[in-house]
Unconditional design. Structure first.
Length: 302
């Protein structure tokens, strides 16, 4: 063969970029799927429902396709104020998306209608793909059946992720990339400090305290080595403060250690994390406190 190798003179494939909402009930595996799709641990995973609070955005850029995934807080019935806000955020995310993944656990298939589950007045404008999560919990025959009308996936075995990504890519609009192809997330590191502290709280504390727990970063010195972070941890009651601190400070020490290890992984740098505990009664029901912790303020309530 003497002919020269073909030159790549054709235009590169046009870029596709779109927003993909991960919607579904609490505990269906939204955070796990987001982490698996972007190959990093951005969103917190917890066996307790309603652990995700603010939406986390994760990015994946591959060839000419940029996926912007939004892990939305659960679509719940409103209970107290925080949950109403969460639901409003989730519905907002669903309305803005170019594509919606409706997550439903494979063992509980078939998935109900998303419009009904979410209590939306009308179906969303964007196309909806049904994703059957936790497919490792059902038989291969059942998986084959689910693949007829949806995308069975497992984040335990990573099965089904490649066909799901291909199906998403086909449906994303032709649009230039919105983010740097090297970026994995769009949120500031401060956001992840709070997320990791909350994740550790869900791992270490009983059933009640994690829901009353949040954190705020008071100081973040990125240029120091180790990176210096000072955070205040909030609970609603004095008894919860006692549980959070633990016998001779054992629990809070472990909470700081777990969070620090995850932050060091994320930053690729050593971290010094200092924490203080404060009681802020009923913060979950206070519009001012919710606004302070970054939950959007609903003008109807203020
Ligand atoms: P979210 O509340 O919808 O964000 O759900 P999470 O991602 O926090 O997951 C809820 C629970 O389901 C956690 O205990 C996960 O470990 C578990 N889980 C998530 N994905 C899978 C999966 O593919 N297989 C199995 N067996 N469990 C999973």
């Amino acid at each position: 063969m003497t002919s020269p190798a073909p030159q790549d003179t054709a235009d590169p494939a046009p870029q596709r970029c779109g927003h993909i909402a991960l919607a579904g009930r609490p505990n269906v595996g939204k955070s796990s799927l987001l982490n698996a799709l972007i190959g990093s641990r951005l969103a917190m995973v917890s066996p307790k429902p309603q652990a995700t609070r603010l939406p986390v955005t994760g990015l994946r850029t591959e060839g000419n396709v940029q996926y912007v995934f939004h892990d939305l807080p659960g679509l719940l019935d409103p209970g107290y104020l925080l949950q109403e806000r969460l639901r409003a955020l989730a519905l907002d995310g669903v309305q803005r998306a170019d594509l919606i993944l409706h997550l439903h656990p494979a063992p509980d298939a078939p998935a109900p209608d998303l419009t009904l589950v979410a209590g939306m007045p009308a179906p969303p404008a964007a196309p909806v793909l049904t994703v059957y999560t936790k497919s490792d919990l059902v038989s291969p025959e059942r998986i084959a059946g689910l693949a007829q009308d949806g995308f069975p996936v497992s984040t335990t075995t990573d099965s089904g992720l490649v066909p799901l990504l291909a199906a998403i890519a086909q449906r994303l609009p032709l649009r230039p990339f919105e983010y740097d192809p090297d970026d994995l997330g769009t949120q500031p590191v401060r956001f992840f400090v709070v997320e990791y502290l909350r994740e550790a709280a869900f791992e270490l504390l009983g059933d009640e305290v994690p829901y009353a727990f949040t954190a705020e970063v008071d100081e973040f010195r990125e240029s120091s080595d180790p990176v210096y972070i000072r955070a205040t941890l909030f609970v609603e009651r004095k008894t919860q403060k006692g549980i959070l601190i633990g016998d001779r400070g054992r629990t809070i020490k472990e909470l700081g250690r777990l969070s620090r290890i995850r932050l060091e992984e994320l930053l690729g740098q050593r971290v010094y994390l200092e924490t203080w505990v404060k009681v802020l009664p009923k913060w979950r029901r206070s519009p001012a406190a919710l606004a302070r912790f970054g939950f959007p303020v609903d003008t109807k309530e203020s």
